[in-house]
Design a protein around this ligand. Structure first.
Ligand code: BJW
Length: 231
C-alpha cells in the first residue's frame, strides 16, 4: 500500500508542552510587547543588545527542554512514511530534530544558527551572539540571529509550495494562523486538492478553512492522529 503524501505545518503550540513559550498566548514571549512590534529588522537596528539578549536566552534555554510526545509521534510517522512526509516548522527550536526527525524545513530560521550581515553566510551556532563574536567566514562582527522577522522573506518557500502542490493531506499543528505566508498554506493546499486537518488547543484564526479540526493539547492529539494513520 502506498502512503498518502503529507505536509505537516507546526507552530509554537507543538513545543508548548515542552516548556517553550508561545507568542500570542497569555504567558507569551516578549514580556508584554506585541511580537509584531519587536520581531522586526527595525527593532534590531534600534536595540541590537536587547534583541541579542532575548535570542541568547532562548538559545541557552534549549538545553533545558526536551521533545514531547507530539514531536516523537511526527518522527515516528517520518520513519514510516519517509519522503512522503514533510514537516514545515515555523519554530526556531530544534525539538523535531531531537525527536529524530530529519525531513524538517525551518521556514522562520533556527536558534542554533547565526547569519552574517557581512558575507551572508549561515553558520551552526550554539553560543551567545550578544558579545559580537567574529564571523567564522569573513571575520566581520556582524552576526545576527538566523531567524526571519516581519518583512523578511521566509526560507524554503519554493520547496514548501512544491510539497503543498503534491500533498494529499495537509495538517496544521499548534499555530494561530496569524502570520503569513504560513497562514495561507491551508488555502493553497486545498486549492491544490489536499484534505486539510487542524490540530490545535483551541480554534485558530483560520479554523474555518480546514476540512476537519480537532481541539486539545498537541501532546495528546498528534500521537492519536499518527496512530490512526499508521493503524
Ligand atoms: C497549542 C498548545 C498545545 C498552545 N497544543 N496547540 C497584512 C496582511 C497579510 C500579511 C501581511 C500583512 N502585513 C504584513 C504581512 C506579512 C507578515 C504578516 O503575516 N504579518 C501579520 C502580522 C499579518 N509576514 C511576514 O512579514 C513574513 N514574510 C513575508 O510575508 O515575506 C513576503 C514573502 C513571503 C513568501 C514569499 C516571498 C515573499 C515573515 C514572518 C516572520 C515571522 N517571524 C516570527 C519570529 C521568528 C523568530 C522567533 O521565533 O523569534 O515567527 S513572529 C512569530 O509568529 C514567529 C512564529 O513562527 C510566528 C507564528 O506564530 P505561531 O507559531 O502560530 O505561535 P502563536 O503563539 O501565534 O500561536 C500558538 C498556537 O498554539 C495558538 O493557536 C495556541 O492555541 C496553540 N497552542 N498550546 C496545541 N499544548
Amino acid at each position: 500500500m502506498t502512503s498518502p503524501r503529507v505536509v505537516v505545518l507546526t507552530g509554537a503550540g507543538i513545543s508548548a508542552e515542552s516548556g517553550v513559550p508561545t507568542f500570542r498566548d497569555a504567558d507569551g514571549l516578549w514580556e508584554g510587547h506585541r511580537v509584531e512590534d519587536v520581531a522586526t529588522p527595525e527593532a534590531y537596528e534600534l536595540q541590537p543588545s536587547a534583541v541579542h539578549a532575548f535570542y541568547d536566552a532562548r538559545r541557552a534555554a534549549l538545553a533545558r527542554v526536551a521533545p514531547n510526545p507530539a514531536h516523537h509521534a511526527l518522527a515516528a510517522l517520518e520513519a514510516a512514511y519517509g519522503d512522503d512526509l514533510l514537516v514545515v516548522t515555523q519554530n526556531i527550536d530544534d525539538l523535531h530534530e531531537r525527536a529524530g526527525a530529519t525531513r524538517v524545513l525551518h521556514m522562520h530560521g533556527e536558534l542554533r544558527s547565526a547569519l552574517c550581515r557581512g558575507c551572508g553566510g549561515r553558520y551552526a551556532w550554539d553560543g551567545d551572539l550578544g558579545d559580537r563574536p567574529p564571523c567564522p567566514g569573513c571575520g566581520a562582527t556582524e552576526l545576527r540571529p538566523d531567524v526571519v522577522w516581519f518583512g523578511e522573506v521566509p526560507y524554503e518557500m519554493d520547496r514548501i509550495f512544491a510539497a503543498l502542490e503534491r500533498a494529499d493531506l495537509f495538517v496544521s499543528i499548534g499555530t494561530s494562523g496569524a502570520v503569513y505566508p504560513a497562514a495561507g498554506f491551508v488555502q493553497a493546499a486545498s486549492a491544490y486538492g489536499a484534505r486539510t486537518l487542524e490540530l490545535n488547543l483551541v480554534p485558530s484564526d483560520g479554523s474555518h478553512f480546514f476540512d476537519e479540526t480537532r481541539h486539545g493539547p498537541a501532546g495528546r492529539l498528534v500521537p492519536a492522529w499518527v496512530a490512526e494513520l499508521l493503524g
